[in-house]
Design a protein around this ligand. Structure first.
Ligand code: 13P
Length: 264
């Protein structure tokens, strides 16, 4: 079984100087709390242009599995005339092991639709990395009782992939449930709501093709903090957290990760 996941999504924050400070503080803190933190899978997702910097810094770790490197997005195509984009093979060269696909901010600002997301998932799998498919309903959709309908439509992309990547998709897939109304608002979903939706997602994964013996990790994201993470991780249906704002301060992220380790 997977360890519990703590993934820090740095979004479009930072600079060479502040990243260096943050990652050095994370590595130093990791060394102090290694016995605890080895029980979780910690991942950082810097902006793409800083992957090389982070790869160099993370090489200092004795165990490269301690803090892993991930990416916030990937191109749908393998290579070619796609100005501004970055392929899965390029990410792999920087030791990226985890890639977000379909974060709500990418769906909103970059206009990724279901067919683009399907191709992105495909590229991540072809390069041997683990995709984190992000799904979540908006505030108006929730208010009008359409949450399940929206999530179902967002999971649909897995049907075709399950046929092409029968051997690997379900072993490697991670799903992150991030209700859009909870992202960056300080208004996390309640534990009852999270448990209910996560159980439902786990069932629907079976409907789109997941074999019953495989358990796909379903993470929660949306205003996760050191203050609320214990209650969230206490839920049986939650396999980890995807953290935005609270991943930007090394001390806070270490504390949050230790809380997750304690719930293992
Ligand atoms: P916040 O933790 O800042 O709400 O962001 C969540 C998120 O979008 C992580 O991908």
């Amino acid at each position: 079984m997977d360890k519990k996941w703590v993934i820090g999504n740095w979004k479009m924050h930072g600079s060479l100087a502040s990243n260096a400070l943050r990652i050095e503080a994370l590595l130093a803190g990791y060394a102090v709390y290694a016995a605890q933190l080895e029980r979780v899978s910690m991942v950082v997702l810097p902006p793409l242009v800083y992957l090389g910097q982070m790869q160099e810094k993370l090489k200092a770790q004795k165990d490269q599995e301690n803090i892993q490197l991930g990416a916030q997005l990937v191109a749908a195509a393998e290579q070619g005339a796609y100005t501004g984009q970055c392929s899965a093979a390029m990410l792999r060269e920087f030791s990226v092991s985890i890639v977000l696909v379909g974060h709500s901010e990418c769906r909103q600002y970059l206009g990724f639709d279901a067919s683009a997301l399907g191709l992105q998932l495909r590229q991540v799998l072809l390069q041997g990395m683990r995709p984190v498919l992000c799904i979540g309903e908006g505030a108006a959709e929730r208010r009008s009782g359409r949450t399940q309908e929206i999530l179902w439509a967002q999971l649909d992309v897995l049907k075709a992939l399950g046929q092409e990547f029968a051997a690997t998709l379900w072993e490697r897939l991670i799903v992150a449930y991030e209700p859009v109304w909870a992202i960056g608002t300080g208004d996390s979903a309640t534990p009852e709501y999270i448990q209910q939706i996560h159980e439902w997602i786990q069932q629907q994964l079976g409907v789109v093709g997941k074999p019953p013996e495989v358990r796909v990790p379903v993470l929660y994201g949306g205003s996760v903090s050191a203050a609320n993470v214990r209650a969230i991780m206490a839920l049986a249906a939650v396999s980890g957290v995807l953290v935005g704002g609270a991943s930007l301060q090394a001390d806070g992220f270490l504390e949050l990760s230790r809380c997750v380790a304690e719930t293992q």
